[in-house]
Design a protein. Structure first.
Length: 151
């Protein structure tokens, strides 16, 4: 396994908050996508790596029947705040009637940005495959990402 954990993309968050004023709509049901990567992907530097299509996300994306390069659009996206936490969530992602081998990482990124900025990288912990079946990513009941803003 080449991935070594999950995380948020620091450069994206900095660009959202600095004078770059990167405009990411975390609740868009058209802009945010989930792409799958094999265990051969090099662990990215979440401080400096940008997102889909740029190294290391320019290689080792899964392929196969039922999977389209770039991944699927996330739907049902929400961004909420409660008890000092910001919670990002979405409906479960799925690839139906798919034949996919070795999906071990999920990149959530904003397809509407020039640099396809990464938001969240999720290490699935082990490779998953399908043979004319459904690959379903069920997000945690707590959300895809929970950020404690008042630690």
């Amino acid at each position: 396994m080449a991935l070594a954990g999950s995380g948020l993309f620091v450069a994206t968050f900095v660009d959202m908050l600095d004078d770059t004023a990167l405009d990411i709509d975390w609740t868009s049901d058209t802009d945010l996508k989930a792409a799958l990567y094999t265990d051969s992907i090099t662990t990215p530097n979440l401080t400096t790596n940008v997102g889909y299509g740029a190294a290391p996300f320019n290689a080792n994306e899964v392929s196969g029947t039922g999977y389209t390069a770039g991944g699927v659009v996330l739907t049902g996206t929400t961004l909420t705040g409660s008890s000092g936490n910001m919670v990002f969530d979405a409906s479960d992602a799925q690839w139906t009637s798919s034949t996919i081998t070795g999906a071990e990482g999920v990149l959530i990124y904003d397809d509407s940005q020039t640099n396809n900025n990464g938001l969240v990288l999720i290490d699935l912990g082990s490779p998953y495959s399908t043979s004319n079946g459904t690959l379903l990513i069920s997000w945690s009941a707590s959300g895809i990402a929970v950020i404690d803003l008042v630690a």
